[in-house]
Each structure stands twice: as structure tokens, then as C-alpha cells.
Design a protein around this ligand. Structure first.
Ligand code: NAP
Ligand code: ZN
Length: 373
């Protein structure tokens, strides 16, 4: 087990934490580019609060609100051009993982001339624009990671720009922005955080600190499960602000985990489900996580037992049943799709990062079993 911990992002949490800490934005620069998706930041009050905070300290800004889910490479080059043309010297990203990941790539591309062919090379000059992040989903933890995950059409998958340069400077967590997230997005994103925590413990880079954060995240997720199930049954959201805070904190901690450990075979496989079948990122991981945990259980039962103990389970199958309940009816997958996805997954770095490295046959079995009812 490794024992390193590095996470240089300043984290500010609590109600109205953006408007109450606007001074922190002044330290970032003189002109901001606000990066968001098309709608949610305008609806949930986060964009308004950021603008109020910027205006209170006299910082001009412009808004780039064209980030789609699973952001594309052309989207981040477009955002970077806008930043350069307007002499922007810091980035504020508001939203789910998509605008946050796009914000990181924009912060990099605004100050470095990187050709598309070298975008994922990992070799960059030592400069990037400062970044402030405001997560409005509770799942990706991108607000405290060094990864920007983009849709990579050439490789037919999602690929990560990974660099310590991409850790945001500061992140503001205010759960009030997540209050009206729909039930399905709430559950899918929470499952993404759960997957980060569990995969962090299943990573060859797990450490004492990452495991402690992962166990807390898993417990917080489990505390919210009864209400998730009730929300699914009733079709309406039942989460109070305290639970929203708990989910946001769980997501933060799981982000801190994967900043140390990276992700494993589960994310490697899940990227194809998102790229080809348009399955939400968190749901894709949830569909696969139980099967991978069952594979690890056969090889390293003690490690699996430690993870399951945080959920009061003793068998990976119990865990899989619970996640299946949260996911509901599953999509269909063909054997041709499985063959294609196995090839793509086996080429990823995430496989090498997994304590139990699945063979191509294991990947095939996991895809098949994950979609069997
Ligand atoms: P997302 O793609 O950012 O957002 C999904 C949807 O939720 C969008 O339609 C968005 O609307 C909406 N939304 C966001 N906040 C909302 C709110 N408060 N209320 C209502 N609707 C809201 O989804 P995500 O699951 O958060 O992020 C997924 C992305 O993150 C993937 O690309 C994944 O690969 C990446 N990821 C990155 C990391 C990392 O470490 N960097 C880790 C895990 C996942 P708008 O478009 O209008 O905003
Ligand atoms: Zn994820």
C-alpha cells in the first residue's frame, strides 16, 4: 500500500459560501470566464451567486454556457479561444462534471498552444489559468481532481487529461444548488461517487488516507439509500438539505480518493457504455461495479470484506442487489457490442490500476452478467 496524499485545492463549504467568500475570487485574477452547461446554472441560483460575488469585488466576467454532457474536444477549444480573445485570466466552472472538466481543459488551453494530437499526452508546460469550481451535482468529485475527461472520437471513448496543473485553485460547495436535481440524476451521480470510493479501495494506489475517505463516503452513501429507494417509488424527490449536503460531501471525499488512486476496470468498461449507448456516467459504473466486486471477492476476499463491512454487507452479491434496485430496468447489450467494448477496455490504463486485473475473458463475463437480469 502506498502512503502519499496530495490535493492542493482549497475547499469552502456551506450555505452561501460563494457570496460570503467573494474575496477569494479577487485573488484569482482580474477578469473571469464563467463556464457552464446550457441551463442548470441559470436555474439553480449558482450562476447568479457567482455573478453577485464577482460584482461585489469589481471583477468583470463573461459567460461560456455551451458545455454539453460528456464535453467534446471542440467545445473546450472553443471555450479557450473565447478566453484568449477576451483577455480572461481565470476560470470559474459551475455545474456537474461536464462543465467542471471542460473548465479545466479551457484553463490549460487558454495559456498553452497544445495541438489536438498532443492533448492527452500528459506533457504540458507549467502554466494554467487559476480556477474556481462550483459543483451542482453530487457525484464526480471533479472539483478536487486533476482530471479533465473529454469525449475522444478518434479513440471512440472518453479520455482523460491528467495533470496536477488541473487541480482547481478553490472549490465552493453549497448543497442548495443541488436541491432540485431530479431523482434519476441524483441517484446516478451518487452511484458515481460510490464507484469512486469502492474503486479507490480496489486500486493498486490505495493508501491509508484514501481508504479512510472511501469508507466515510460509502457510509454516507448508505445513509441516503432508504430515501433514494423511496424517491424511486414515489417518483418525487424526498431529500432534505441535510441529505443533499451529505451526498455532496460524499462526492467530495470520493473525488479526493480518486485524485490519489485513479479509477479501475469499472470506469474503463463504463466509458464504452456512455460513448456508444449514451448511458449516464454514474449509471454506467453502477451497472458494472457489482460484477467487478464479485471478481475481486474470488481473488482477494479480505479486501472485499473490508469494503462490504462499510455497508454492513458480507457478500458482494448483496451489494450488487442493492445497486440493481437503485438502477431499475437495464438496457440491452449485444454480443457484438460486448466484443467491441472488451477490446477498448483492455487497452486502457485503468485496467493496470486495478488490484485484480481482468483478462479479456473476465471483461466479457462482467459485461454479460452485468446486463443479465
Ligand atoms: P453532467 O453531464 O455535468 O450534467 C448532467 C445533467 O445534469 C445536465 O443536463 C445538467 O444540465 C444537469 N444539472 C447539473 N446540475 C444540475 C442541478 N443542480 N439541477 C438540475 N440539473 C442539473 O453530469 P455529471 O454526472 O455531473 O458529470 C458527468 C461527467 O463528469 C462525465 O463527462 C464524466 O466523465 C465526468 N467525470 C469527471 C471526473 C473527474 O475527476 N474529472 C470524475 C467522474 C466523472 P446543464 O447542462 O444545463 O448544466
Ligand atoms: Zn466517475
Amino acid at each position: 500500500m502506498t502512503n502519499k496524499y496530495y490535493m492542493p485545492t482549497r475547499v469552502i463549504m456551506g450555505k452561501d459560501c460563494i457570496t460570503e467568500n467573494s474575496e477569494l475570487l479577487r485573488a484569482l485574477g482580474k477578469k473571469a470566464l464563467i463556464v457552464t452547461g446550457a441551463q442548470s446554472a441559470k436555474r439553480n441560483g449558482s450562476e447568479r451567486d457567482v455573478k453577485t460575488a464577482l460584482e461585489s469585488v469589481g471583477i468583470p466576467y463573461l459567460v461560456f454556457d455551451k458545455v454539453m454532457s460528456n464535453p467534446t474536444i471542440s467545445c473546450v477549444y472553443e471555450g479557450a479561444s473565447l478566453a484568449k480573445e477576451n483577455g480572461v485570466d481565470f476560470i470559474i466552472a459551475i455545474g456537474g462534471g461536464s462543465p467542471m472538466d471542460a473548465g479545466k481543459a479551457i484553463a490549460l488551453l487558454a495559456v498553452q498552444a497544445i495541438e489536438e494530437e498532443s492533448l492527452f499526452s500528459g506533457h504540458y508546460e507549467n502554466k494554467v489559468l487559476p480556477m474556481a469550481f462550483v459543483p451542482t451535482t453530487a457525484g464526480t468529485g471533479s472539483e478536487v481532481t486533476q482530471y479533465s475527461i473529454l469525449t475522444n472520437d478518434k479513440a471512440q471513448t472518453k479520455t482523460s487529461i491528467a495533470s496536477d496543473l488541473l487541480f482547481p485553485t478553490v472549490t465552493f460547495l453549497d448543497a442548495k444548488y443541488t436541491e432540485h436535481l431530479g431523482v434519476i440524476t441524483t441517484i446516478n451521480t451518487a452511484i458515481d461517487a460510490l464507484s469512486h470510493a469502492v474503486e479507490g479501495m480496489l486500486s493498486v494506489r490505495a493508501s491509508m488516507v484514501s481508504n479512510a475517505l472511501a469508507v466515510s463516503c460509502i457510509q454516507m452513501f448508505m445513509n441516503c439509500v432508504p430515501d433514494m429507494l423511496q424517491a424511486l417509488q414515489s417518483g418525487s424527490e424526498v431529500f432534505d438539505l441535510q441529505q443533499r449536503e451529505q451526498l455532496l460531501q460524499a462526492s467530495l471525499m470520493a473525488g479526493m480518493v480518486i485524485a490519489q488512486t485513479g479509477t479501475t476496470a469499472v470506469h474503463a468498461m463504463g466509458y464504452s457504455l456512455t460513448y456508444f449507448k449514451n448511458i449516464d456516467h454514474g449509471r454506467a459504473n453502477g451497472l458494472l461495479l457489482g460484477e467487478y466486486l464479485k471478481l475481486v471477492e474470488r481473488v482477494q476476499p479480505d479486501l472485499t470484506a473490508r469494503i462490504l463491512a462499510a455497508m454492513n454487507f458480507s457478500r458482494a452479491e448483496q451489494f450488487q442487489k442493492l445497486v440493481n434496485k437503485l438502477l431499475g430496468a437495464k438496457e440491452k447489450i449485444s454480443s457484438a457490442e460486448i466484443e467491441q467494448y472488451c477490446k477498448l477496455a483492455s487497452q486502457t490504463k485503468n485496467i493496470g490500476n486495478s488490484v485484480v486485473k481482468p483478462t479479456e475473458e473476465d471483461l466479457r463475463t462482467m459485461f454479460t452478467q452485468s446486463f443479465a437480469n
